[in-house]
Design a protein around this ligand. Structure first.
Ligand SMILES: CC(C)(COP(=O)(O)OP(=O)(O)OC[C@H]1O[C@@H](n2cnc3c(N)ncnc32)[C@H](O)[C@@H]1OP(=O)(O)O)[C@@H](O)C(=O)NCCC(=O)NCCS
Length: 168
């Protein structure tokens, strides 16, 4: 089912709803706790936690971009992305991701990385990170680590340095 979702930035009133989305979408509280730790971390950037909302304004989907680095070059990490199970596969996740990427571009951000489903993220323009010389200090499936240039410039090669709450 396709649906035209409204999107908006998270506000302080949404923190409970954002936690509820992650708790419902994932098997453990890891991602919900990660979002809360990131919110208290210098990696958090106001406006880059984006929600897909139902007609009545209730958040149903969430996409979060926080600061990371590729070696020393500032970039953004897309994680987590989550949608309430009853609304999955109706475009809410894509709407939240597109809103987050668009807002990042408006703010002059250039590079985004994601570690996730290789079947999902290429639709937003992500390509295999290793093809750009981007890697990680931990072993991950090569196709799961992806990167995107928001302004069309070449991605910098290097190792992704995550914000401390990721523990990577
Ligand atoms: C992954 C997730 C955020 C996608 O959001 P969504 O609103 O369900 O997805 P959309 O409706 O925007 O897009 C639907 C597409 O996503 C694909 N998709 C959804 N979940 C997927 C998954 N787990 N793996 C791969 N593709 C997935 C669907 O196959 C569909 O593809 P199609 O358009 O080619 O048919 C959401 O399903 C979710 O919360 N899943 C559980 C948590 C999770 O796995 N988060 C991602 C961590 S990397």
């Amino acid at each position: 089912m396709s649906h035209s979702w409204k999107t908006r930035a998270e506000t302080s009133a949404d923190t409970g709803a954002v936690r509820a989305i992650s708790l419902a979408a994932f098997d453990t509280a890891y991602e919900a706790d990660l979002v809360e730790a990131l919110r208290r971390d210098p990696a958090w950037i106001e406006g880059l936690s984006q929600l897909a909302v139902a007609e009545d304004g209730t958040p149903v989907g969430h996409a979060l971009l926080t600061r990371c680095h590729i070696d020393t070059t500032p970039a953004l990490c897309l994680a987590p992305c989550a949608v309430l199970p009853e609304y999955q596969r109706s475009g809410a996740g894509s709407a939240a991701v597109r809103a987050a990427l668009a807002e990042a571009g408006r703010r002059g951000e250039r590079f985004v990385t994601v570690l996730g489903h290789p079947a999902y993220y290429p639709r937003f323009g992500f390509t295999r990170a290793s093809a750009h010389g981007i890697g990680l200090d931990i072993e991950v499936p090569d196709e799961a680590l992806m990167a995107l240039s928001l302004d069309g410039s070449s991605l910098p090669g290097g190792t992704i340095r995550y914000a401390a709450p990721f523990g990577i």
